[in-house]
Design a protein around this ligand. Structure first.
Ligand code: CTP
Length: 403
C-alpha cells in the first residue's frame, strides 16, 4: 500500500530517536520511498548512517548541505512528500511547528510542506503535560496535524507516565491507516450538524442544552481529512471551526432546519450530531422580561424534527442520526432509526462514564435497519468520528443510502 508514496521521516532529538530506525525500516519494507531528515540533536542519539542504510537515501541534517545543485533540498522534499512524519517529536519541534519557526532542515521543511503531517510526541511526563506543550499540540491539531499519542509507562528519565513514544508498529499502522482513509470520501459532499441549539426567551435569556459540539466538529474534521467537501451547520459550541470546513452558524432549531434544508438536496451524506431542542418558547419577548409576578409560566411549543423531515425527503442521500439515551438504548435507537428513516444511527448511553456531552471520549453503538452493526469501545471523539466515517465510506461506495 505504501508503494509510490514518498514519506519524509523527521527525527528530532530525544532518546526515542533510536526507535525511528524501526519505523524507517518498516516503511521502506512496505515499499515507501523514505527520506529522513534529522535534527542536529537527533544525531547525538543515533547516527545518520543508520537511516541512510535503511532508507537507501542520503540523510539530511544541515539546511545548507545541498548535495544536488538542481534542486533546493528542503523545498524539493516538502513538495514531494505524500506525508511527513515526525517521530519522535520533542517538545521543541512541536513548539517550532506551532509557531512557524524554521531554523534547521526539519523545521524549514515542515513549514514549506503542504503535505499532511503526522506527529508522534515523546518527552518527559511533565513536559508533555505542560500547558505550553498542550496548547501547541492543540494549535497543530486544529490545523489538521495528526497525532499518534505517546504511551504510558517507564520513561528514560526515570519517571513513569505519559510521554513514551508509541511503539514503531503502532506508528506504522497509523501511517497505513492514513493512506487507507485518505481519499475515501473524495468527491462527496458531507453536511454535518453540531452543537446545541439556542431557543430565545427574550434578548438576554434562552433555553439550551449541554452539547459541546465536540462530536460533530470531530466528524467534520475527519470527513475533511478523508477528502470530503464538508459543510458544518453549527449551533452553540465553544470550538474553533476545523481548517478547510465551511461553517454556517445558527442559533435556534428553526434556523438549523432552514440551513439544513437549503443544503440538503446537494449533499451526499448528512450526519446529524447536533443536540436540537425539542421545544421552543411559544413567544419570544422583544424586550427583556421584567420580574413583576411571583410566578411565571413559560409555554413551549414543539420544534419540527429536522432529521425526520429530511428522512422523509431523502433521495440519494445517506442519512446518519444520533441518539442520546439514558436507558433501553437498543430499543430507543432502533425506534428513532426507523421513525426518522436513517441509514445509520449512532447511539450513546449518556449515563456511561466517558460518554456523552462535554467529554473528550465517547462510547457508541451503531445501528442500521437490520439492527446493531458495531459496538465501539470507549475512544476519543476523533476516533469515533473516523470509525463512523470509514463505515459510511464503505457503505456509500457500495451504493447504499437510498430509500
Ligand atoms: N433531531 C432533529 N431535530 C429535532 C430533534 C432531534 O434533527 N427537533 C435529531 C438529532 O440531531 C439527532 C436525532 O434527532 O440526530 C435524535 O435526537 P434525540 O434528542 O436523541 O432524540 P429525539 O428524537 O429528540 O427524542 P427524545 O428527545 O424523545 O429522546
Amino acid at each position: 500500500m505504501l508503494r509510490n508514496k514518498t514519506i519524509v521521516l523527521g527525527v528530532s532529538g530525544g532518546i526515542a530517536a533510536y526507535k525511528a530506525a524501526a519505523i524507517c525500516s518498516k516503511l521502506a519494507q512496505a515499499g515507501a520511498d523514505v527520506r529522513v531528515i534529522m535534527t542536529e540533536s537527533a544525531t547525538r542519539f543515533i547516527a545518520p548512517l543508520t537511516f541512510q542504510t535503511l532508507s537507501r537515501h542520503d540523510v539530511i541534517v544541515d539546511t545548507f548541505d545541498e548535495k544536488d545543485a538542481s534542486v533546493v533540498s528542503h523545498i524539493d522534499l516538502a513538495d514531494r512528500a505524500d506525508l511527513v512524519v515526525v517521530a519522535p517529536a520533542t517538545a521543541n519541534i512541536i513548539g517550532k511547528m506551532a509557531h512557524g519557526l524554521a531554523d534547521d532542515m526539519l523545521s524549514t521543511t515542515l513549514l514549506a510542506t503542504t503535505a499532511p503531517v503526522l506527529v508522534a510526541p515523546a518527552m518527559n511526563v511533565h513536559m508533555y503535560a505542560h500547558p505550553a506543550v498542550q496548547a501547541n499540540m492543540e494549535t497543530l491539531a486544529r490545523r489538521g496535524v495528526l497525532f499518534v499519542e505517546p504511551g504510558t509507562g517507564q520513561l528514560a528519565c526515570g519517571y513513569v507516565g505519559k510521554g513514551r513514544l508509541e511503539e514503531p508498529e503502532q506508528i506504522v499502522e497509523a501511517i497505513h491507516r492514513f493512506f487507507m482513509e485518505k481519499g475515501q470520501l473524495r468527491g462527496k459532499k458531507v453536511l454535518v450538524t453540531a452543537g446545541g441549539t439556542v431557543e430565545r426567551i427574550d434578548p438576554v435569556r434562552y433555553l439550551t442544552n449541554d452539547s459541546s459540539g465536540k462530536m460533530g466538529y470531530a466528524i467534520a474534521e475527519a470527513a475533511r481529512s478523508m477528502g470530503a467537501e464538508v459543510t458544518l451547520v453549527t449551533g452553540k459550541a465553544s470550538l474553533p471551526v476545523p481548517e478547510g470546513v465551511k461553517a454556517i452558524h445558527v442559533e435556534s432549531a428553526q434556523n438549523m432546519l432552514e440551513a439544513v434544508l437549503e443544503r440538503f438536496p446537494d449533499s451526499d451524506i448528512v450526519i446529524k450530531a447536533a443536540a436540537v431542542a425539542d421545544y421552543r418558547p411559544a413567544e419570544r419577548a422583544m424586550q427583556k422580561i421584567k420580574k413583576n409576578e411571583q410566578e411565571m409560566t413559560l409555554t413551549l411549543v414543539k420544534n419540527e424534527d429536522i432529521l425526520q423531515t429530511i428522512g422523509r425527503m431523502k433521495k440519494h442521500q445517506y442519512l446518519v442520526g444520533f441518539a442520546a439515551e439514558t436507558e433501553r438504548i437498543d430499543e430507543y435507537a432502533m425506534g428513532k432509526l426507523l421513525k426518522k428513516n436513517c441509514d445509520l444511527l449512532v447511539a450513546n448511553d449518556v449515563t456511561q462514564e466517558g460518554a456523552g456531552f462535554g467529554t473528550d471520549t465517547n462510547v457508541v453503538r451503531l445501528y442500521d435497519k437490520n439492527g446493531l452493526v458495531k459496538s465501539l469501545p470507549i475512544m476519543t471523539k476523533q476516533g469515533v468520528a473516523r470509525e463512523l466515517l470509514t463505515l459510511i465510506a464503505e457503505r456509500t461506495t457500495k451504493g447504499e443510502g437510498t430509500n
